[in-house]
Ligand binder design. Structure first.
Ligand code: CP3
Length: 342
């Protein structure tokens, strides 16, 4: 059988129709997701239930026929494994115990805690490797250290990551020790995901854009480079997608410097700019604005055609610039794929 389309694009091949998947493709815009989550009880119980997590991973594949499935889990499972308290407040988001001083850090577990604690996630991947259609690629993921640290320090999502910046600026040794612990845990976690069947892994640095200048290099680029180097040493040939969201000019050279096989683009950069500045180094993913999944219609059709055409001269994976939102209409996902595939 010919290699999966997603793997071909990641290997640098220019395809007539790019492979497609969507960030947060399993989620609350799908009635079948909401039904399965209700069966699990809550979001975290769903993440730790391999049969149900595999089921929600498969739902968007069955409904839409995407070229890739992304493991159903969350970037905050690493803090959970490291011993942080974690819970989700419906309609608001995650809550965690905070890290403000040395004592909070000293209470964390060592990085290899991810092996036992996250074994249900590896089980989900094993189920998916058996059950996915043979032309669909399986993507594993983790949050990048900076993004995970922003939640661990603040104990919640923050609009400007101020608590994490404050810790960085007032107690750099503690901040760097935390980043180091998350980096080590992420290497172990992603490596175990690959052993369990992930064919590609993606590193989500959702808050990379708030790191400026030298901080971007030290806390977004360097950790990604280290994680990728270690994964490449342990698992040669397994591609890595990096997503330094809202990095702006930081996208330039990011793949080259970190060794990532693909850079995912948010929708604040234009496709034309990204072709000249990022796709020159290899595969890019993106970058349709998620709002089109809510509004649909001719603007959605026009945007899909424009993005497809703009990136057509090089390797490209079609995706949104960020996650699909709960108010999206599943019909618009179908329209997006029909437009893309013609
Ligand atoms: O993409 C997928 O379909 C795979 C599963 C996945 C989830 N979260 C499931 C989820 C992935 C890849 C993530 C990544 C994630 N999680 C990120 C990075 C990507 C991004 O969006 O920037 C971040 C920052 C998180 C942390 C997180 N998890 C937040 C801030 C929230 C609350 C906000 C929200 O969207 O609800 C979550 C919850 C979450 N993670 C949900 C899902 C489906 C919704 C939970 C529910 O069912 O109520």
């Amino acid at each position: 059988m010919a290699e999966k389309l997603l793997m071909r694009a990641l290997a640098g091949e220019t395809l007539p129709t790019p492979p497609a998947w969507m960030m947060r493709q399993a989620g609350r815009y799908l009635p079948e997701y909401k039904a399965t989550r209700a069966k699990a009880g809550d979001f975290l119980s769903l993440c730790y239930n391999p049969d149900l997590a595999a089921e929600v991973t498969l739902q968007p594949i069955r409904r839409f026929g995407f070229d890739a499935a992304i493991l159903f889990a969350d970037i905050l499972l690493i803090p959970d494994a490291l011993g942080a308290d974690l819970w989700f407040v419906t309609g608001e988001g995650p809550r965690l115990s905070t890290i403000t001083g040395q004592g909070d850090f000293d209470a964390l577990k060592p990085a290899d805690a991810v092996h036992d604690h996250l074994s249900p996630v590896y089980e989900t991947l094993k189920i998916l490797s058996r059950e996915l259609p043979s032309d669909v690629a399986l993507i594993g993921f983790a949050g990048a250290p900076w993004t995970v640290a922003t939640y661990m320090i603040a104990g919640r999502g923050t609009p400007d990551q101020a608590p994490a910046h404050a810790l960085k600026d007032t107690n750099r040794p503690l901040f760097e020790a935390l980043l180091e612990r998350i980096t080590e845990a992420t290497i172990e976690y992603l490596s175990a995901q690959i052993d369990a069947g992930a064919e590609v892994v993606k590193l989500f640095d959702s808050w990379a854009g708030s790191l400026k200048g030298d901080d971007f290099r030290r806390y977004a680029l360097e950790p990604a480079k280290r994680i990728i180097a270690e994964l490449k040493a342990r698992h040669p040939g397994v591609p890595v997608i990096a997503f330094p969201r809202e990095a702006g000019d930081g996208y330039i050279g990011f793949a080259r410097e970190t060794g990532a096989d693909c850079v995912a683009l948010d929708n604040s950069v234009s496709a034309e700019w990204a072709v000249k500045n990022v796709q020159v180094d290899g595969c890019v993913q993106g970058n349709l604005a998620p709002g089109h999944m809510v509004t649909g219609g001719q603007p959605l059709i026009d945007e899909v055609r424009r993005i497809k055409a703009a990136f057509a001269g090089g390797p490209h994976i079609f995706n949104l610039g960020h996650g699909i939102t709960p108010d999206a209409d599943p019909e618009n996902v179908t329209l997006m794929l029909e437009t893309l595939r013609g």
